[in-house]
Design a protein around this ligand. Structure first.
Ligand SMILES: O=C(O)CCC(=O)C(=O)O
Length: 314
C-alpha cells in the first residue's frame, strides 16, 4: 500500500481546518465558504450501535451496488470503457462486509481487490438513527443527493472536485482527508467537467518518484483525520482526496452551490479588478478552470468593467 499512498505523504505544507461545535446555516458564511469541520457529540454517540445495525437484521440483507477495485483506488467521474481495474457488482450489504473482512465467496479481479459501497443509494440512510441527519443546517435546504459510504481500510478516493457543496459526515471509523483550494487547479492537473476522467486529477499517484512528487510538493493543503461525529464541509470546486484508515461508514449530502449569486457579489464588491479572480478562487472557493479562463479574457478586454457598471447602475 505504501506505493499508492505516497502522494498523501508529500502534499505540504499542511494546514489545519477550523472546527465549529455550534452549527447553523450562518456558519458557512462566517467561515468564508472555506472548508471547516463541524463536530457534533450527539452524532458520535448515536453511531456507537452502527456496526450491529450493519451486520444484523434487514439492513444486512439489502442488495447494494459495490464498487470493486483491483488496486485499492476508487476514482469517480467518467472512465473509459473496459477499465480493467474497476467494476461494479451487486451483492448484499452483509456479503460486502464479509468480503471486506477477507471472507471471500469468489474472486472478481484478484485476491487483493478492495470494496467500497461508494455513493450508496439514499434508501440505506433510512436504517440510520434520525439524529444523525444534519441536513437542517444546509443553507437553502436544497439537498440534491444523499449517499451512503462503507469502506475498508486502505481504500483511496483520488484527487477530484465535485459539482455541489458537500457535507461529508463520518459515522464510524476514520478517514484521512486532504483538501486543496481552487487556486491550485493547474498544479493538481484536474480534468475539466464532461468527457473522460471528468473532474479527476491526472496526477499518476502510483508513480511516486515521478509526477506526483513534483506536482504536490510545496502545495498548501488542508489535512484532517475525520472521526465519527465530525462532518467536513467541502465547498463546490475544492479538490479533495480521501484515504480510509479504519473500517468506515460515512454519509454525505450534496447541495446546489449558489454559484451565480456568489460570483455576482464578488464582481460587484469594491476591490480592484485584478484581485477579483483571487477573491473568487481563494476566499469564496466557488470557481473552476473554465471560469478562471473566462474571467481572465474578460479582464483583458475590459468587459468585466462594462458588466460591473451595468450591475451597479441605479
Ligand atoms: O469518502 C470518500 O472516500 C470520498 C468522499 C468524497 O469524495 C466526497 O464526499 O465528495
Amino acid at each position: 500500500m505504501k506505493k499508492l499512498n505516497c502522494f498523501y505523504d508529500w502534499a505540504s505544507p499542511r494546514q489545519a481546518l477550523s472546527v465549529v461545535t455550534e452549527m447553523s446555516v450562518d456558519v458557512f458564511e462566517q467561515q468564508g465558504f472555506k472548508p471547516f469541520i463541524f463536530e457534533n457529540p450527539t452524532v458520535s454517540k448515536e453511531c456507537d450501535n452502527l456496526i450491529s445495525i450493519l451486520h444484523d437484521g434487514k439492513m444486512g440483507h439489502e442488495k447494494v451496488e459495490v464498487y470493486v477495485s483491483a488496486d485499492g483506488t476508487f476514482p469517480g467521474g467518467t472512465m473509459p470503457e473496459g477499465q480493467k481495474n474497476h467494476s461494479w457488482k451487486s451483492m448484499t450489504l452483509k456479503e460486502c462486509m464479509q468480503r471486506m473482512k477477507g471472507e471471500f465467496g469468489s474472486y472478481f479481479h484478484s485476491k487483493h481487490e478492495k470494496y467500497y459501497i461508494y455513493q450508496g443509494h439514499e434508501f440505506l440512510l433510512t436504517y440510520l438513527p434520525d439524529a444523525i441527519d444534519i441536513t437542517r443546517y444546509i443553507p437553502g435546504g436544497n439537498v440534491s443527493s444523499k449517499n451512503f459510504w462503507l469502506s475498508s481500510p486502505g481504500n483511496i478516493t483520488p484527487i477530484h472536485y465535485d459539482m455541489g457543496d458537500n457535507l461529508l459526515l463520518q459515522l464510524m471509523g476514520r478517514k484521512k482527508v486532504l483538501v486543496w483550494s481552487p487556486n491550485n487547479y493547474e498544479r493538481l492537473s484536474l480534468n475539466p467537467m464532461g468527457g473522460l476522467y471528468n473532474r479527476q486529477s491526472s496526477i499518476d499517484h502510483s508513480n511516486c518518484r515521478g509526477d506526483a512528487e513534483k506536482m504536490l510538493e510545496n502545495l498548501p493543503v488542508y489535512e484532517h483525520y475525520l472521526e465519527a461525529g465530525q462532518a467536513l464541509y467541502i465547498p463546490f470546486g475544492w479538490a479533495h482526496a480521501v484515504q480510509t484508515e479504519t473500517l468506515s461508514v460515512s454519509v454525505n449530502y450534496w447541495w446546489d452551490a449558489d454559484f451565480m449569486s456568489t460570483l455576482m457579489q464578488t464582481m460587484q464588491a469594491p476591490i480592484p479588478a485584478e484581485e477579483k479572480e483571487i477573491q473568487i478562487a481563494g476566499s469564496i472557493g466557488r470557481v473552476r478552470p473554465e471560469l478562471l479562463g473566462m474571467l481572465e479574457g474578460m479582464k483583458n478586454d475590459g468587459s468585466i468593467q462594462h458588466i460591473m457598471d451595468e450591475l451597479t447602475a441605479g
